[in-house]
Design a protein around this ligand. Structure first.
Ligand SMILES: *Cc1c(COP(=O)(O)O)cnc(C)c1O
Length: 422
């Protein structure tokens, strides 16, 4: 039986399985902490977006900051996806994974001139420009190279995505994008700059959004602009709807990607913009529920007010609980008979904020493996080496096969670039 929101994760014979692999076997074979991903889950997620967009010019740009491991990028490149990048480093990753530069959109509020040159040289599809000084800088860089940079403006539509303040990005008063009421003027300026080619418009209103309505509100605001731009002779080729669709961590019931995109396309068509190319930038919804973090219970520490289950994964491996107080489902890989108790699942890092889950009921013994679900997005990419902890290994399962896609780091490699004095 598959778990709600996790079509590629099954409970069978008291065990948890990812595609055809028992999670406990993966943990034993590759060691813990270990990230394990389902390749079929990633392909299915990409296909959902692509089905909804079929029959019109479109590009699904996977927002790779959610999970930028090369084999993940390769999987999406092979599925025909482009990429949404936010740094020069991410650009180099896409190219190393076999992705095409002409399917890359470059987002981010702080692109450096060096990154702009790198991206122009590579031939990226579009720069999503977030401010007027950035526009000027990009024009200067492109002009000096004898080029024109293709751009869209990231417009801040001032809608509330109803999500966590740290991951809400489409309200006035946050750092992202150009204010809606300035956009027309900025477009006219862009049109006049020698190093700029105006291609499109984009917005991205936040993350882990679980209903369609903020998207439709933002889209209406965007289309208003597209229309007033057209009235001023600026005809945009593409509309980039951004990313942000949520996934099921606990009991959220977000629309499917297909359903969400269909609703947005219906709005685009109804307002007479069906001929324009549509881009989307999904991150979390492409990989979040394709991955788990496997960890081993090192010690059980029952107490008067709390029981602690101390595991070998920590906040450095998975930041979301410590950083956003995110609730992530935790399940034993092998379900034990017998009484359940309530545990705080904590890591070895020397911080009280180092927890993965609080007040979780299950039966566990020392040495058991646990799986933190929905860990495919913003897991490995946010991992750090705090406490000189080597980062986890990663595996990708694909039907009956399993691929080691990232070796476990060694402690030596962490300080290899450091120098003693004298
Ligand atoms: C992070 C980000 C995305 C993806 O967001 P998700 O919530 O992971 O889908 C898309 N576009 C931009 C500009 C982003 O910064």
């Amino acid at each position: 039986m598959s778990l709600p929101g996790h079509p590629f994760l099954h409970q069978r014979d008291d065990q948890l399985w990812l595609e055809g692999h028992a999670l406990a076997d993966l943990a034993r074979q590759f060691g813990t902490p270990l990230y394990a991903y389902s390749r079929q889950a990633m392909r299915a997620a990409a296909a959902g977006y692509q089905r909804a967009l079929a029959g019109r010019p479109h590009l699904v740009c996977y927002a790779m900051k959610a999970n930028s491991s090369l084999a993940v990028l390769q999987t999406f490149a092979e599925a025909g996806c482009g990429f949404d990048i936010v740094s020069g480093g991410e650009l180099l990753r896409v190219l190393a994974a076999g992705g095409r530069a002409d399917r890359i959109v470059f987002s981010g509020v702080g692109k450096t001139p060096q990154e702009m040159r790198l991206a122009l040289d590579a031939g990226v599809r579009c720069f999503n420009v977030e401010s007027e000084p950035e526009l000027q800088a990009l024009s200067d860089v492109a002009s000096a190279m004898g080029r024109r940079a293709p751009i869209s403006l990231r417009v801040n539509p001032d809608v509330d995505a109803g999500t966590h303040p740290y991951i809400s990005t489409g309200l006035k008063g946050n750092k992202f994008g150009v204010a809606h009421d300035r956009a027309l003027e900025v477009y006219r300026r862009a049109q006049a700059l020698p190093g700029i080619d105006v291609h499109g418009i984009d917005c991205h209103i936040g993350s882990q959004i679980t209903s369609a309505s903020p998207y439709l509100d933002a889209l209406d605001r965007l289309l208003d602009l597209v229309e007033s731009l057209a009235a001023h002779g600026i005809d945009l080729r593409h509309i980039d709807l951004g990313g942000g669709l949520g996934i099921t961590y606990t009991d959220e019931e977000p629309p499917s990607a297909e359903e969400l995109v269909r609703q947005m396309l219906a709005r685009i068509d109804a307002r007479g913009h069906g001929h324009r190319e549509v881009l989307v930038e999904p991150g979390r919804s492409m990989v979040g529920n394709a991955g788990v973090l496997l960890t081993q219970a090192l010690y059980l520490k029952p107490g008067e007010s709390k029981n602690f289950c101390i595991v070998d994964a920590a906040m450095n491996d998975l930041m979301r609980p410590a950083m956003y107080q995110a609730w992530m489902r935790i399940e034993p890989c092998l379900r034990r008979a017998g009484p359940t108790e309530t545990w705080d699942v904590v890591g070895p890092v020397c911080e009280s904020g180092d927890w993965l889950g609080r007040d979780r009921a299950f039966a566990v013994q020392q040495g058991d493996y646990l799986a933190v679900l929905s860990a495919g997005a913003y897991g490995m990419t946010m991992a750090s080496n705090y406490n000189t902890r080597p980062r986890a290994a990663e595996v990708m399962v694909d039907g009956d096969t399993v691929h080691l896609i990232r070796e476990r780091e060694t402690a030596q490699s962490l300080f290899a670039g450091e120098r003693l004095i004298g």
